[in-house]
Design a protein around this ligand. Structure first.
Ligand code: 5GP
Length: 188
């Protein structure tokens, strides 16, 4: 098989700061490509279709699954999220390292389908800190926050399945660790 550039999966509970860390990693290493997922969730204020996500309806998401266009997908807090397969492969084949920022069930699917992928788990410094961040960012209704906290408990229990656990005490340090991971040779 032709050599493919590394694929790194960043996972961890909602509110842990995945997006902030990934954004900082992209600033440190602009050669990395962040995959854009499809979701049935409604856009938040400021989110653009095709930039943060491809916002699709339920029927469109089902079609993506049926046509085998998703590398992985999962349901999270009442919505579906999935990684379009084609662009990930194209970037890797062209020599560009790829990051997926996804939840734990999706990370498990990538582990099975792309054995050489590196799985990184971003953990909060503490549970109270995670609660405070999720409530404090104010993007979700109280019901949605509760669903995300319930999911977070399950996600934290999965940390040991990952190749690397990074505790998010410092965004810059986490970003640097992520970039190091992406510039490593893929494991075999
Ligand atoms: P949010 O609604 O906060 O943007 O994302 C909710 C959760 O879904 C986050 O943990 C995020 O990482 C995850 N997520 C985003 N895109 C995907 C995807 O393509 N697949 C999976 N499995 N999870 C995703």
């Amino acid at each position: 098989m032709a050599h493919l550039a590394p694929l790194v999966v960043v996972s961890g509970p909602s509110g842990v700061g995945k997006s902030t860390v990934v954004e900082a990693a992209l600033t440190l290493a602009p050669d990395i490509w962040l995959s854009v997922s499809a979701t049935t969730r409604a856009p938040r204020a400021g989110e653009l279709d095709g930039r943060e996500y491809f916002f699709v309806d339920d029927a469109q998401f089902t079609r993506l699954i049926e046509q085998d266009e998703l590398l992985e997908w999962a349901e999270f807090a009442g919505n579906r999220y999935g990684t379009p397969r084609g662009p990930v492969l194209e970037h890797r084949a062209g020599g560009t390292p790829v990051i997926l920022e996804i939840e734990v069930a999706g990370a498990r699917q990538v582990r099975t389908r792309v054995p050489e992928a590196r799985l990184v788990f971003l953990a909060p410094p503490s549970w109270p800190e995670l609660e405070a961040r999720l409530i404090g960012r104010g993007t979700e209704s109280p019901g949605a926050v509760a669903r995300r906290l319930a999911a977070a408990e399950l996600e934290l229990a999965a940390a040991s399945e990952f190749d690397q656990v990074i505790v998010n005490t410092d965004v810059g340090e986490c970003a640097a660790a992520l970039v190091a991971c992406l510039h490593e040779q893929p494991k075999n």
